[in-house]
Design a protein around this ligand. Structure first.
Ligand code: FMN
Length: 187
């Protein structure tokens, strides 16, 4: 049985206001099963990784992001695919979080989904994210996978996810993620 009070941090790979990925992440806050709550991280003020800056002391937005990841029971990443891979703001946040000491992805349960304008729904970004996070010892949920293709037809003008099939896919992903977090805690 799932434990109550699981805090999940949503992380969006797109910074744009009308992002489909952010809209889907917001829908996940409504669709989360009992025992799971979702808050969404801000990546827009995180500077580009620079070892010189790191050596002088991590900037406040980086400290905030790392603390949020460290405190979360799990990460839910929603991202578009940029040029067949991970968008820079998301990769940059992961790079900041990955630095020792206390790299924040160690043993962290992670679920990933993607939304894109094209028919594949950003499939390729998911496999690159898995590759990156697994080598950081993140525990990435194997299945279900959710690819939101042809995204513009699945949201209304206010950015609400209106496609019922996609809502069901995300609900199933969140249910699976809840069980995965509990299972990984037992390891
Ligand atoms: C720099 C850039 C590269 C992109 N590359 C891809 C791509 O490789 N595959 C894809 O399906 N869509 C690609 N797109 C289109 C995105 O799927 C589309 O912009 C999507 O709406 C972005 O997600 P968002 O709505 O969450 O911002 C790209 C968009 C940008 C801006």
């Amino acid at each position: 049985m799932a434990q109550p009070g699981l805090k999940v941090l949503g992380v969006c790979g797109s910074l744009r206001k009308a992002s489909f990925n952010m809209a889907a992440l917001k829908a996940c806050a409504e669709l989360a099963p009992s025992g799971m709550s979702l808050t969404i991280a801000e990546l827009s003020d995180i500077p580009m990784y620079n070892q010189d800056v790191f050596d002088q002391g991590m900037p406040d937005p980086v400290k905030r992001f790392r603390a949020q990841v460290a405190a979360a029971d799990g990460l839910l990443i929603a991202s578009p695919e940029y040029n067949f891979s991970v968008p820079a703001p998301l990769k940059n946040a992961i790079d900041w979080g990955s630095r020792a000491p206390n790299q924040v992805f160690q043993d962290k349960p992670v679920a990933i989904f993607s939304a894109a304008v094209g028919p594949l729904g950003g499939a390729r970004v998911q496999y690159d994210l898995r590759r990156i996070l697994v080598q950081l010892w993140g525990h990435v949920l194997p299945r279900p996978e959710v690819f939101i293709g042809m995204a513009p037809g699945k949201f209304d003008a206010q950015g609400r996810l209106t496609d019922e099939t996609t809502r069901k896919f995300l609900s199933d992903l969140l249910l699976g993620f809840r069980d995965w977090i509990v299972r990984m805690r037992g390891k």
